[in-house]
Design a protein around this ligand. Structure first.
Ligand code: NAD
Ligand SMILES: O=C(O)C(=O)C[C@@H](O)[C@H](O)[C@H](O)COP(=O)(O)O
Ligand code: ZN
Length: 357
């Protein structure tokens, strides 16, 4: 195993990053654990099975459950099925959920852990880039409802997070790119070095074996760790991690979750940048930088015309909305973030026209 790095989130938990760290998870459960529920994305069955075997070998009562893939896991029905299992197994507050998969798996696993007995520990083992740099870190957990994305959930920080870079070798390139959208987000809101790295090394950035990708992972996790340490429950600063998500979540819902989250966020960041340009916060050059960086990674930067009213209805349910006032995270410059509050509908429509294909 190559050297791993550890990023501490406040004084709470560690995010361990490196090739081969999966092998350490078996020995990393909290003291006193008697039962373990391992939930995993279908494609992660071999790794989850190996992990479950190491728990069994320690004498723990282990259950292993394959979840529906991707957003199919983030439903009330899937959560309810798992609550039934936990009840039947007599799962107590000293027992542990382990989630092995992409961001959808870690969101669902975290949500079940957050809600069972009002909170049991969750060990997050993200296996997609997006899961590693974002979803598994920071304690946001949740499921979707018919009305929108992540509308039900809880803030529930994990016990620990294990990012084994070796598993990224099997991640489809389009999913790797989707994860890079959240990395680029961290570049725009907080760490300009991320943008420099992507601009200078676009090929290495999409190579899961490269030192550049590893540095990007570490930098993005550090951004997230720094932000959630200050504002776990999103009363203010944490909103910056939602850059691009107001429009992005509306796309995801309108597309019935057939778009990757990171792809939708990529378009959403261009939308937020166009809106910031329209209200006079930034110039056209910074908007173009969004398009250039995202496109260099193979990410989308446009959305089909003709759906503004539908998207606006969904955007009004965004969690940052206060009363009837829509609120957008926006840039003043790279690394300097503000909010646009209550923009006029014609502004919102003009930004839509600017990202329409
Ligand atoms: N909680 C948070 O703070 C937070 C942050 C960002 C995103 N999210 C959520 O995360 C989800 C998106 O995460 P995602 O992009 O990982 O999507 P995902 O979980 O749907 O995973 C994408 C695909 O990659 C597969 N996969 C995962 N690891 C693999 C591997 N190593 N090899 C091959 N295939 C692999 C998955 O099975 C799935 O088919 C969304 O639901 C989003 O809302 C949550
Ligand atoms: O951690 C956060 O805070 C984020 O907003 C990170 C986002 O990338 C992530 O997609 C999150 O799940 C969105 O949260 P939501 O509150 O808008 O549902
Ligand atoms: Zn996101």
């Amino acid at each position: 195993m190559t050297e791993h790095s550890v990023i501490r989130v406040a004084d709470g938990y560690d995010v361990v990053i490196g090739e081969g760290v999966l092998a350490q998870v078996g020995g990393a459960l909290p003291t006193g654990t008697a039962r373990v529920l391992v939930v995993h994305a279908p494609v992660m069955e071999p790794q989850a099975g190996d992990l479950a075997a190491t728990f069994d070998a320690q004498g723990l009562q282990t259950q292993i459950v394959a979840l529906p893939d991707a957003e199919g896991a983030k439903t009330a029905q899937v959560a309810a099925d798992l609550w039934a299992r936990l009840g039947q197994a007599g799962f107590t507050r000293s027992d542990v959920v382990v989630a092995v998969g992409g961001g959808a798996t870690t969101d669902l696993g975290g949500f079940v852990a957050a809600t069972w007995l009002r909170g049991v520990q969750v060990v997050q083992v993200p296996t997609s880039l997006l899961g590693m740099v974002d979803a598994a870190v920071g304690g946001k957990t949740g499921i979707n409802t018919a009305e929108g994305k992540n509308l039900v959930g809880s803030f529930h920080p994990p016990h620990s997070v294990w990012c084994d870079l070796a598993v990224l070798r099997t991640l489809p390139p389009a999913d790797l790119a989707a994860g890079l959208a959240e990395v680029v987000k961290c570049g725009f809101i907080r760490d300009p070095r991320i943008l420099d790295l992507v601009e200078q090394h676009p090929r290495e950035a999409v190579d899961p074996t490269s030192a550049v990708l590893r540095e990007l992972v570490e930098r993005a996790v550090q951004v997230k760790a720094d932000v959630v340490a200050v504002d776990l429950k999103e009363s203010s600063l944490r909103e910056i991690l939602n850059y691009g998500h107001t429009f992005g979540h509306a796309i995801e819902q309108r597309e019935h979750y057939t778009w990757r989250h990171g792809d939708a966020v990529a378009v959403g960041m261009v939308y937020a940048a166009e809106l910031a340009r329209l209200v006079g916060l930034i110039g056209a050059d910074l908007v173009e930088r969004h398009r250039r960086v995202l496109a260099s990674l193979g990410l989308p930067t446009t959305y089909p015309a003709g759906h503004f009213d539908e998207l606006l209805t969904v955007m009004r349910r965004d969690k940052k909305t206060r009363g009837s006032m829509l609120r957008f995270v926006a840039l003043e410059s790279v690394g300097r973030v503000t909010r646009i509050e209550g923009p006029a509908d014609d502004m919102l429509r003009a930004a839509y026209d600017a990202v329409s294909s």
